[in-house]
Design a protein around this ligand. Structure first.
Ligand code: PGA
Length: 251
């Protein structure tokens, strides 16, 4: 499977900073066996989309409305994303779950609406530190996966991406050890095989996220069940992000 490296810019970078970063990234040759996706804030999607249009880089969003259209002031629809050539959209990031009360049910709705417009949802799951310490990781991940993917057809799951992001590793500098990460990835793969079948499960990219950097990317990405990375902080600097992409190529 092609490794997938997704940059989640979160609420960072002005217009000029965005151009600068993308232009620097474009100096690298990212063809080959890695799919690179940039997820800027909504307001920069058009600009970034224009800048990357002759490259192999794809564009994604960080969130989406669960509604089709209408009187939802401040919201963005999947139809709008499609019209700006978005191929991916992050759904259920732990920051959205934590600060905007997003539930698995909402993640499910948002993912379904994206899939109906041929946009791949990147569905995030992950346990908090206290849940890990109470040995509840497997239980939490199982519930998040089952509920977020509720009533997904085989075609829908085959067009989805899962991202395992332990909440305690996001933006903290703490990374899960390769064993910790791979163990949860394997659990997710097994769950997918139970919910669908093995053939389907092996085709679904499962990304790792949480303090991925140039220095730890190769080790993480070399794990059996880790098919790519969802990168926050390190996606804001072209040299750091490029290092991660090169690690994916070499993994
Ligand atoms: P981080 O963020 O790489 O800064 O830890 C990852 C994410 O939140 O997607």
């Amino acid at each position: 499977m092609k490794q997938l490296i997704v940059g989640n810019w979160k609420m960072n970078l002005t217009r000029d900073e965005s151009s600068l970063l993308v232009n620097e990234l474009l100096k690298n040759n990212f063809q080959n066996n890695v799919e690179v996706v940039l997820c800027p804030p909504f307001i920069s999607i058009q600009l970034v989309g224009e800048l990357i249009k002759n490259s192999s880089i794809k564009i994604g969003a960080q969130n989406i409305s669960e509604h089709e259209s209408g009187a939802y002031t401040g919201e963005i629809s999947s139809q709008m994303l499609k019209s700006y050539n978005c191929n991916y959209c992050i759904v259920g990031h732990s920051e959205r779950r934590q600060y905007f009360n997003e539930t698995d049910e909402l993640v499910n709705k948002k993912s379904k609406i994206l899939l109906s417009k041929n946009i791949k949802p990147i569905i995030c799951v992950g346990e908090t530190l206290s849940q890990r310490e109470e040995n509840k990781t497997a239980e939490i991940i199982t519930e998040q996966i089952k509920e977020s993917l509720k009533n997904f057809s085989e075609t829908e799951i085959l067009n989805s991406v899962i991202a395992y992001e332990p909440v305690w590793a996001i933006g903290t500098g703490k990374t899960a050890t390769t064993e910790q990460a791979n163990e949860v990835h394997e659990l997710i793969r097994t769950l997918l095989a139970q919910l669908y079948n093995r053939e389907v499960a092996i085709q679904i990219p499962i990304l790792y996220g949480g303090s991925v950097k140039g220095e730890n990317a190769l080790e993480l990405l070399s794990q059996n069940h880790i098919d790519g990375a969802l990168v926050g902080g390190a996606s804001l600097k072209s040299s750091d992000f490029a290092k991660i992409i090169v690690s994916a190529k070499n993994s």
